[in-house]
Design a protein around this ligand. Structure first.
Ligand SMILES: *Cc1c(COP(=O)(O)O)cnc(C)c1O
Length: 397
């Protein structure tokens, strides 16, 4: 049985974002309630026994399940079009839980090269320690995806668009390759969210989110979620409930509020990003703009096919290398200098000395992270104010 109201399956994304998965307590509250409780009480010894055995469904302990967390899980499952979701303490916990639940020593992962830095660290520093092997391929290299598989390959893992240079991977084609190798495709859908891209509909098996980013949308809480079919989610839920990277009810409640405006925010932020990217292309100090909404972007057609809009993250290469880039950062007044993204407040970061500082120069080159590269995660401010702030910085190069 799907994990959300059966009638809700026909709802549009906007309706799902506002209403899917909501349950009400006996108080009849209109807005989702927060249940800040670690455990739940039973009417009798017999009821306690039945709940513990699972014979009677219901909450026992919030490391396992919690009503607020469950509402968030049902809503995001509905938005992604998956059977079930499992909330986790962070995006990294979502990735870790997926790997721990679905893989065993000796198994092999094929991942896209430019994945989130902590994901690479998780793979290289921890999963390898437990006998898992990982190969990396370029997101757009379909032959590479096929050739990288071994008979031990269980998971394909990718992020699209990539961070920070906004390359795209063709989810449908890579899912076909993964399936032909007997593996599942996991997509980290953090940058697009289901408002712009629904990987399960495109053939992926599992979707992962850092809810910290656009699902929250206002930069307040850390959390994550995995979405997929009942069978896989049961395994991942088993890991989370036993090992403990569970989502807090307060954070789930904040994410529920975020999901109510997700569709509006993603559209509005994408519009802002597109207009800003077009303006940046005209600025003499900007040598290159990476944004799939631009006709100049090599994956523009694929972006139109697989996404509803082009997303809110772009990057630019400015004149003058690191010095030029730092000059822009230091002369903007409004943009937040932070590596976070997914916020309604626009953020700017210099990847080469922050998010990508700890990798080797060769790896930075392979990732397209040049010294002059700046990543901008566009928020909801007035477009003219964003332009004015960046113009201030660019003028000083
Ligand atoms: C932030 C991020 C993560 C990790 O999420 P946390 O909530 O910080 O643990 C994973 N993938 C991508 C693409 C991210 O941007």
């Amino acid at each position: 049985m799907p994990d959300f109201d059966i009638d809700a399956q026909d709802w549009g994304l906007e309706t799902l974002g506002v209403r899917a998965g909501q349950t009400r307590s006996q108080e009849g509250e209109h807005s989702e309630a927060i249940f800040p409780t670690s455990s739940f009480v039973f009417g009798s010894a017999a009821e306690a026994a039945a709940r513990f055995s699972g014979e009677v469904p219901g909450n026992v302990y919030s490391r396992f399940t919690n009503p607020t967390v469950r509402m968030f899980e049902q809503r995001i499952a509905a938005l992604e079009g998956g059977e079930r979701a499992v909330g986790t303490a962070s995006g990294m916990a979502a990735i870790l839980s997926t790997c721990m639940a679905l893989l065993e020593a000796g198994d092999h992962i094929v991942a896209s090269r430019n994945i989130f830095g902590s994901t690479t660290n998780l793979f290289e520093k921890y999963l390898k320690k437990f006998g898992l092997n990982i190969s990396y391929v370029n997101l757009g290299d379909l032959d590479g995806w096929a050739e990288a598989a071994t008979e031990k390959t269980k998971l394909y893992f990718l992020e699209t668009p990539s961070n920070p240079v906004c390359e795209l991977g063709d989810i449908t084609k890579i899912a076909d390759i993964a399936h032909s190798k007997g593996a599942k495709l996991v997509v980290d859908n953090c940058f697009c969210t289901p408002a712009l891209q629904r990987p399960l509909q495109l053939g992926a098996d599992i979707v992962i989110h850092s809810a910290t980013k656009y699902l929250d949308g206002q930069g307040r809480c850390v959390g994550g979620v995995v979405v997929g079919n009942n069978e896989d989610m049961e395994q991942i839920f088993g890991f989370v409930r036993t090992c403990g990277p569970s989502l807090s009810p307060f954070n789930a409640w904040v994410f529920l509020k975020g999901l109510e405006t997700l569709n509006l925010r993603m559209k509005a932020q994408s519009e802002n990003a597109l207009a800003l990217a077009q303006w940046l292309e005209q600025q003499p100090q900007v040598e290159k703009v990476n944004y799939s909404g631009l006709l100049s972007h090599p994956d523009h057609e694929l972006a139109k096919q697989q996404q509803e809009a082009f997303g809110a993250v772009l990057s630019i290469e400015v004149r003058g290398g690191k010095e030029g880039a730092w000059t822009v950062v230091d002369n903007t007044q409004m943009l937040s200098i932070t590596a976070n993204l997914g916020d309604v407040k626009t953020t700017i970061t210099h990847p080469a000395t922050t998010t990508h500082a700890r990798i080797t120069q060769d790896d930075r080159d392979a990732a397209g992270v040049t010294d002059g590269l700046l990543r901008i995660a566009v928020g909801l401010e007035t477009l003219d104010d964003l332009k004015a702030d960046l113009a201030r910085g660019l003028a000083k190069i």
